[in-house]
Design a protein around this ligand. Structure first.
Ligand code: NAD
Length: 506
């Protein structure tokens, strides 16, 4: 993605712009401004005004206004789906799925913010019995959201929708590969709320430097979704101002096939989890561990089902589209070549499946655990499959990664799947399904390790965009008060006996 400077009209200054390209055809869809640090600062200043107005509304009023926004998105979904299809390359139906899940998340956040964040009484304990204590979750102010291109609506909306529902204003920097979706969402918000003070939801467009400017702008929090590599830069920039960060980074998710698994369902989940959206899914399945005895049935079914998947762009029977980011094709090629060179067998496709910008499904069996295809995020329509001795080995290998976003387990018996899930070092697990947690708004979404920290979605996702404010109110003078220079020795003696009796007994 390169930016260019357009010739200025007479009397005006040059404006740097960049093109949003259709990844299937390479055609230019539209051009967007490269917003400078100064312009980012202006957007944040507008958002400060918007935040003051928005935070003063009642949760019920914010719910009404976010509902109006959801209404515009729902009514104009075809235009949004078309734009997502053009900018990202995903099939229209996958774009629609993104719209559906985003609307579920947005309306959940709007509907639950009042209950989750309102002031509540807490016990003040024996030592502070004369105080009434309460805690409230108060908006931070202005939240900067830096988003990726792979789910250009669903992913950033996990931050934007929850930050707005919690009473913040938002400045959103969409990916340079999908700027149109970000601009469309902000425009829909403005049309749904024509009487709102401007600045509640701002969008700035540009490349990495615009995102970096947002990180340095003094916003009250940065919600970043993208690669761990960029995440480190974001954290370093935010450290300057002690700006708190939410990190939603990459993954290397595993799927475990254990005794009693429904093999057909496990294969279906593997293919959807690994190949949908051309494998460009942070919570996509990249590794499969099959317990010994099930591998023949699993691989036979997998090969036959994968052969039916058709890659392409416009035709409705194409299950996934092109690689959105041209440079990712080279990553996929490197991972496949490295795995095969180290002894893996490509049982579906191979290097020849890479027909830029499209990649047909690739399944690699027995790729060594130190090969790039097993260790690094591939972010393409490939998956590795390894037979393991038992569930213990499957869990050990699944956990042997610096990432820790999500996982799937297919196993017989409800309890068995949950037991395996609890042993996995991830933020999310689906049993007998893939990626189901992402569609349940009440469930927090996020990872551990290189996959990041902090949570979007659910009550945790609302609290992520607030500060807890603790308030005490003195109700009466305590008979024994140690926090005054007037305290007596008898007070201290009593408290000393209290500590010895309550905490010191053997
Ligand atoms: P990326 O890291 O290249 O870019 C993400 C965003 O950061 C873009 O908007 C980019 O312009 C911006 N950016 C680049 N340099 C910056 C800087 N120095 N300061 C501030 N912002 C900067 O990631 P991507 O290629 O757009 O997205 C793919 C990655 O995102 C994958 O690793 C994927 O796993 C991850 N992802 C994670 C989740 C999740 O929820 N955990 C969801 C979707 C994608």
């Amino acid at each position: 993605m390169t930016a260019s400077v357009e010739s200025p009209a007479a009397g005006s200054t040059a404006r740097e712009t960049f093109a949003s390209l259709n990844p299937a055809t390479g055609e230019e869809i539209a051009r967007y401004p490269v917003h400078t640090a100064e312009e980012v600062g202006e957007a944040v200043a507008r958002a400060r005004v918007g935040a003051a107005w928005w935070s003063a509304l009642s949760p019920g009023e914010r719910k009404r206004r976010l509902g109006a926004w959801a209404g515009v998105i729902a009514r104009e979904r075809e235009a949004l789906c078309r734009l997502m299809h053009e900018e990202n390359g995903k099939p229209r139906d996958d774009a629609f799925l993104e719209v559906l899940l985003s609307l579920e998340q947005l309306t959940w956040a709007a509907g639950h913010a009042g209950r989750v964040l309102r002031r509540r009484r807490v016990s003040s304990g024996m030592a502070m019995a004369n105080q009434a204590a309460s805690v409230e979750y108060v908006p931070l102010g202005v939240v900067g959201v830096v988003g990726p291109w792979n789910y250009p609506m669903f992913t950033p909306m996990g931050s934007i929708g929850y930050a707005l529902a919690a009473g913040n204003a938002v400045v959103f920097k969409p990916s340079e590969y999908t700027p149109g979706v970000g601009v469309w969402l902000a425009d829909a918000f403005a049309r749904a709320n024509p009487d709102a003070t401007s600045g509640v939801f701002e969008v700035v467009t540009g490349l990495g430097a615009t995102g970096a400017a947002l990180c340095a702008s003094g916003v009250d929090k940065i919600a970043f979704t993208g690669s761990a590599r960029t995440g480190r830069k974001v954290m370093a920039a935010c450290a300057e101002n002690l700006t708190p960060v939410l990190m939603e980074c990459g993954g290397k998710d595993a799927l475990i096939v254990a005794d009693g698994a429904d093999i057909k369902a496990a294969v279906d989940g593997t293919l959807w989890g690994a190949m949908a959206n051309s494998g460009q899914t942070c919570v996509g399945i990249e590794r499969v561990y099959v317990v010994k005895g099930l591998e023949t049935a699993f691989l036979t079914e997998l090969k036959s089902a994968a052969a039916k998947l058709k890659t392409g762009s416009a035709h409705p029977d194409r299950v996934y589209g092109p690689m959105t980011m041209p440079s990712q094709v080279d990553v996929v090629r490197r991972h496949v070549e490295d795995a095969v060179a180290k002894g893996a067998t490509a049982v579906v496709g191979g290097v020849d499946s890479i027909k830029e910008p499209f990649i047909d499904p690739i399944v690699l069996v027995d790729a060594p655990e130190d090969s790039a295809a097993v260790c690094e995020e591939t972010f393409g329509p490939t998956v590795t499959v390894r037979t393991v001795a038992d569930v213990d080995e499957a869990v050990a290998l699944a956990n042997a990664t610096p990432y820790g976003l999500a996982a799937s387990v297919y196993a017989g018996g409800a309890r068995r799947g949950i037991d395996i899930a609890r042993r996995l070092r991830t933020g999310m697990v689906s049993v007998n399904a893939v990626i189901a947690y992402a569609g349940i708004p009440a469930l927090p979404f996020g990872g551990v390790g290189e996959s990041g920290f902090g949570r979007t979605h659910g009550a945790d996702g609302l609290k992520e965009f607030t500060r807890a404010q603790s308030v005490t109110r003195k109700r009466f003078n305590a008979p024994l008060d140690p926090t005054t220079f007037n305290r007596s020795q008898s007070t201290m003696k009593f408290l000393d006996r209290y500590v010895a009796t309550k905490f010191g007994r053997k």
